[in-house]
Design a binder for this molecule. Structure first.
Ligand code: P71
Length: 463
């Protein structure tokens, strides 16, 4: 093999491996049967039939020895666990909100905030929908309105902050429906469905200012806010010398509360929380959590899970960790770009997103090109990815028609600290093999469609 001399010095994972979990390889024939039985839905595959699992970065992280050691210090008291108080103090230290309500995961927090703040007939503007977030907003009687900048819907746009809110769209909505019908602006950092794209600090400040002018709350989806803070450090003027920890706190300070899925940035396998500044709202949330999750000092979690989250906060902001984390995603993305495979640009924080609309241009969106592409990649190599297109977008709650998102993507999601660069190579080569045979891939028809969040359990057949 020929090796060209490097043009820059490499980074490496800032850890060594202490425990390993064997991977299983399968034959193509085995995978053919497995994906067919799963109705061509990668969510319905058994993990045992998967080789490299890039379905999600959610709850799939590898914990450190420091976190595992903390698991043994779980205080499993029903009330007042010391792990809760440690998590509360670290949440204050790293995110800066006053009050903490733990939940079993992110959607538990979304449920509570939506039920408390949204009235039937309300509108909730946000920088692109997220599946569970919108579901809870709609269940509470609200209507989600997309106010992300247009560039976010264009996979080719190189805008450095494709997660930004279009302030004119927000202002137009306020004018149209009135501030009283907008309980809050829902801002995500980074934006998952746009391709893991960040929002800039400048834009976040401007959203705060506009919301203040009209007395509207701003609620942050802080699920991947650390990765967003890292992009601000790299890309935004004036932030290169600031620490990610300082940037994260500044970002949160522009908002009134946050929902959090700890299963991403916090480097754990389960957990989440709601973080709030307003004492009255906190009081209501703390009361509601006992109905749906558990007492307000555990919120559906074991003490050890809270300890692991608290310790994960200390690790998530470290510069060497983030460089390797984002660097690994970039490594995979650049490889695919070198081979001219269409992906969302710029490369995002948690995943590389394949542009299924372009790759399978012979398959119309109603025949689920991204769903078909994810199934085909699994078939080729056992690498599991996720559809993020028309199936994920679901149906319009008012008309019942399919939403037709402009982005029809397959997400190749990288768990934190789990896979090596060689796994990225194998993954890239499988995607290339499928890309080269793309003309042979056929569309799908949906033969089973569940009522809520259909992408999880829908089943398909080949056309
Ligand atoms: C991801 C997930 C997990 C997931 C959720 C829905 C469909 C497929 C996979 C979860 C998020 C998220 C953001 C920005 C809230 C949640 C819910 N992401 N906000 O990307 O990305 O958190 O899963 O802990 O309930 O695979 P939760």
């Amino acid at each position: 093999m020929k090796h060209t001399k490097p043009t820059r010095r490499s980074w490496a994972e800032p850890f060594k491996i202490k425990v390993v979990e064997p991977l299983r390889t399968t034959t193509r024939q085995h995978r053919m049967k497995a994906i067919k039985e799963a109705g061509y839905n990668t969510f319905l595959l058994r993990s045992e039939d998967v080789y490299i699992d890039l379905l999600t970065d959610s709850g799939t992280n590898a914990m450190s020895d420091y976190q595992w050691a903390g698991m043994m210090l779980g205080d499993e008291a029903y009330a007042g666990s010391r792990n809760f108080y440690y998590l509360e103090s670290n949440m204050r230290k790293f995110y800066g909100y006053k009050y903490l309500v733990p939940t079993h995961q992110g959607r538990g927090a979304e449920h509570i905030i939506s039920q408390l703040l949204i009235k039937p007939g309300d509108f909730i503007p946000g920088n692109m929908y997220f599946t569970t977030t919108r579901e809870h907003q709609e269940r509470a009687g609200g209507t989600f309105v997309d106010i992300i900048i247009d560039e976010a819907h264009d996979p080719e746009s190189l805008h450095p902050f494709k997660g930004n809110v279009d302030l004119q769209k927000l202002e137009a909505l306020i004018k149209k429906v009135g501030a009283k019908k907008i309980p809050y602006v829902s801002v995500a950092a980074t934006v998952n469905m746009a391709g893991g794209q960040p929002i800039s600090m400048e834009n976040m400040r401007a959203v705060r200012k506009l919301a203040d002018k009209h007395g509207i709350r701003v609620i942050l989806d802080a699920t991947r806010a650390v990765e967003n803070a890292y992009f601000i450090k790299l890309r935004e003027k004036g932030y290169a010398r600031k620490s990610v920890a300082a940037i994260l706190k500044e970002l949160c300070s522009c908002t009134d509360a946050a929902t959090m899925s700890g299963k991403k940035d916090l480097l754990v396998n389960i957990g989440g929380f709601l973080a709030i500044n307003d004492a009255k709202l906190y009081d209501e949330a703390r009361n509601m959590v006992v109905v749906f999750e558990g007492l307000h000092t555990y919120g559906g979690l074991a003490g050890r899970d809270m300890e692991a989250m608290a310790r994960g906060m200390e690790e998530m902001v470290k510069a060497d960790y983030l460089r390797a984390r984002i660097g690994q995603v970039e490594y995979l993305g650049e490889k695919l770009l070198d081979w001219s495979i269409p992906i969302v640009k710029p490369i995002g924080g948690h995943a590389v997103f394949l542009d299924a609309k372009k790759i399978l241009e012979h398959i119309p969106q109603d025949r689920f090109p991204a769903q078909a592409l994810a199934a085909e990649i699994y078939l080729d190599s056992g690498v599991r990815t996720m559809e993020r297109g028309i199936v994920s977008a679901g149906r319009d709650s008012a008309t019942g028609a399919h939403h037709h998102p402009s982005l029809e993507l397959v997400r190749v999601t990288i768990p934190r600290r789990v896979y090596t660069q060689a796994h990225m190579d194998v993954t890239a080569e499988s995607i290339l093999a499928v890309y080269e045979n793309r003309k042979k891939v056929r569309g799908l028809k949906m033969v089973y469609e569940p009522k809520y969040l259909r992408f999880f359990q829908a089943q398909f057949e080949k056309i």
